[in-house]
Ligand binder design. Sequence first.
Ligand code: NDP
Length: 309
Amino acid sequence: MALLFYSEYDSASEWQSAFAQAEPELEFRAWPQCGDPAEVEAVLAWNAPAGFYRQFPRLRLIVNLGAGVDAIVRDPTLPAGVPVTRISDPAMGRMMAQYVLAAVLRHFRDFGAFERARERRAWQWIAPREARECTVGVMGLGQLGSMAACELARQGFRVLGWSRTPKTLPGVEGLAGDEALPAFLAQCEICVMLLPLTPATEGLMDARRLAMLPRGAKLVSAGRGRTVDERALVAALRSGHVAEATLDVFHEEPLPAGHPLWDLPQVLITPHLASIAIPRTAAAQVVDNLARVRRGERPANVVDPTRGY
Ligand code: NDP
């Protein structure tokens, strides 16, 4: 039996050597060299086309290569009874926390303003402040968001977190549910979005929600592009209501060359790389989950398709 790898972005050879280390007995195949589909026991995939999983009659485990499962849970042709799992890895959480910390510190320490001042050869003094004077809100306190929120708290920021259900994290004031959102947003000098894309979060940060942020707020978006209404964000940036943004995720990726976000100097654009699944650590987790399903046990990190994340 074999594990099939499918991704247009990730290096199959890197994953192959990680699996060879984690479980030398496991046969690794990389799409399109899948061999006999009846021999495929597990699929590790990123953005496989709809209907992909139906062709493997003895499939026991689907592993989403990453944390964002919106594309896979939308696939109506997923074979019933085959668990869908996600990669859940402290190394991935650390990488996301680094991205968030870098973006928040860049906004907080006015680096964007200094980069723009440099263009004019301007010696622009902006008084530094203590981190505790700055409130950072983190939307989404999941495996990645909670680590990012705790790192921000460790840096001395006042940190608010917002999630669907209440969460208790050290140094983080937790708010939960739609009714708490206006009070949460009203306090965010810097708002970090780390929400999954679900029917409830799609377009959540629209013109109305952006207007709830204090004037001059900064936005960091690293969850999913479609949780933000990009037209509304462009308008808020043009008006100065949102002063700056760091964006890693977009409605359309790569972000089209003609997109108005490219024209705004107060926006830092990164090409969806805040965090990635790391073969060395993730392969061991997939092997462990495969062993669990072979023993008839429930694998770890199962995605709930009804919840959408
Ligand atoms: P999790 O699935 O572990 O957690 C999701 C969090 O969002 C939870 O705290 C959840 O609340 C909250 N949430 C979900 N729906 C709502 C809602 N309707 N209202 C309020 N809160 C909600 O996700 P991760 O932390 O692991 O990852 C977050 C997202 O980051 C991923 O879904 C993915 O799309 C994205 N991502 C981006 C990457 C990048 O490189 N830019 C890399 C990897 C992931 P509760 O705790 O109550 O369940």
